[in-house]
Design a protein. Structure first.
Length: 488
């Protein structure tokens, strides 16, 4: 496997080719595990590759890795060793994600995941189960707010700060997997949350939604009221479209910036420095605050180590429609989600780093095809931005599920030059890649079914899979090129 590094807005391999990654999240948020939740064996990786995937955001938790203070879960780590070994064999890259939701699962007293109970300080606030959706602990949970406050302050547990212990955990993982050819990088914390500072943010958001409904001319108030009377939920949701999102959320930007600069950025720098003491391998992923998933501006500066900008870092935004995790998700509005991602694109340009969309999708039933039009719009958006992506998430049997009708798609893997554009015309079943090459080189394209390279372009079949899919090698000289592939 080729080592992947960053070059401004691109991921590049050892041959200097632009790399794009097509992946899935595979998570283990269960508690008290002795091995990773899913059996990612030879059969899994064969199917994974045949369906065009070459990237896994592997979500693990502090609780499963270090259930007792300073005692790492060796049997669990050995199961991860096996995943890394097979990922290397099949050419699949792994992004290690330290996952959390609501900071911790609180020994089963909340629906969260992340920190072990010994790393939880709530000042006596009691965890509870959700009233509405799993995430309501972020809005109303004092135990969640207090837990994060103590973490961001690096308050001590038995004489050592929480962040210091978190860095020790990352150093252990860096020692174990830093030399693996399958290592893509380190995702330092899933969807960091501000803690008690979030209460002001949520109050502002709620107030601005109310103001927008009453006074923003972009919202058709009469239509909204009529749909409410008729209980026409879809029309009600569509009344708040992508064109009004920043009008509502921009008022939270200043509060978010305070957290990003004063709390989140020092954490990123500290944790990256700890990893870099162990290995220079692996790309460091910066995520964004949970609140930024809905289009609030992210303000953290680029990651630095001892004052020097980290050379291999990327941005990993997440976003879903705000109906996610509810039965209303069937009414997801792609224009709204693209508006969220537009603000994340601004962050990418500010940071001057490449992007892997760390999470998108979120359909609770991977056998449901009714929301595919929404998903196709987002995939086309990612292609326009030349973003890699990882779908949320794997449920155990998805490689043979209807979900593959949407996710298994023709796309560029490695391009020997600068990409101008690419995309797949689903009506005519034609994939088109335009790029500019400074010298002759081989580009690689994954075709998701039987294919024909149009126009007599010099090519070879690198791998052929049972489902008719394959990896196509395209050799082209210097200059601008347009490659088209017809999917039969």
């Amino acid at each position: 496997m080729e080592k992947i590094i960053t070059n401004q807005l691109r991921f590049v391999d050892e041959n200097g080719r632009t790399r794009l990654f097509n992946g899935m999240n595979i998570d283990d948020k269960l508690r008290d595990q002795s091995e990773f939740r899913y059996k990612l064996d030879e059969e899994f990786f064969r199917k994974f590759r045949a369906r065009g995937f070459d990237f896994i955001r592997l979500a693990v938790t502090w609780q499963n890795l270090e259930p007792k203070m300073e005692e790492y879960n060796e049997s669990y780590l050995q199961s991860l060793d096996g995943i890394f070994a097979l990922a290397e064999k099949y050419g699949v890259y792994i992004l290690l994600d330290m996952h959390q939701d609501l900071y911790s699962g609180n020994d089963g007293l909340s629906v969260g995941d992340g920190a072990p109970q010994w790393a939880v300080i709530t000042d006596g606030a009691k965890p509870r189960m959700p009233i509405f959706v799993w995430a309501d602990g972020y809005f109303f949970g004092k135990w969640v707010h207090k837990s994060f406050d103590h973490f961001w302050n690096n308050d001590p547990v038995e004489g050592k700060g929480l962040q210091d212990r978190y860095c020790d955990l990352w150093q252990m993982l860096a020692k174990r997997y830093g030399d693996s050819p399958a290592l893509f990088g380190f995702d330092l914390m899933n969807e960091p949350f501000p803690g008690s500072e979030s209460k002001k943010m949520f109050r502002k958001l709620i107030g601005n939604v109310a103001k927008a409904v009453l006074f923003n001319s972009k919202i058709k108030t009469g239509r909204l009221l009529k749909s409410a009377i008729k209980r026409d939920t879809r029309t009600m949701l569509d009344c708040i479209g992508g064109n009004v999102i920043r009008d509502i959320v921009s008022h939270v930007d200043a509060l978010e910036a305070k957290f990003d600069v004063n709390k989140y950025s020092p954490f990123l720098n500290k944790t990256t420095a700890a990893i870099r003491e162990i290995t220079q391998n692996g790309i460091i992923m910066m995520e964004q605050c949970y609140i930024c998933n809905s289009g609030v501006s992210q303000s953290a500066p680029p990651i630095t180590v001892n004052g020097v900008r980290e050379k291999n870092q990327c941005f990993g935004p997440h976003s879903y429609d705000f109906a996610v995790d509810t039965p209303l998700y069937k009414y997801a509005n792609a224009d709204r989600v693209k508006a969220f991602f537009d603000e994340m694109h601004n962050t990418q340009l500010r940071l001057q780093v490449p992007v892997v969309v760390g999470e998108w999708g979120g359909c609770s039933d991977n056998k449901d095809t009714s929301w595919f039009p929404h998903a196709y719009e987002l995939l086309d958006y990612f292609d326009e931005r030349q973003w890699s992506q990882a779908y949320w998430d794997y449920h155990g049997d998805d490689l043979d599920a209807p979900l593959m009708e949407m996710l298994c798609r023709t796309h560029p893997v490695a391009v020997a030059g600068d990409i101008i554009s690419y995309g797949y015309d689903r009506k005519d079943n034609i994939f088109t890649l335009c790029f500019s090459a400074k010298e002759e080189g081989e580009s690689i394209i994954y075709a998701h079914s039987d294919f024909e390279v149009i126009g007599g372009v010099k090519h070879s079949v690198i791998e052929k899979y049972e489902n008719g899919a394959g990896l196509i090698g395209i050799t082209a000289p210097s200059g601008e090129h347009t490659i088209q592939i017809k999917i039969k």
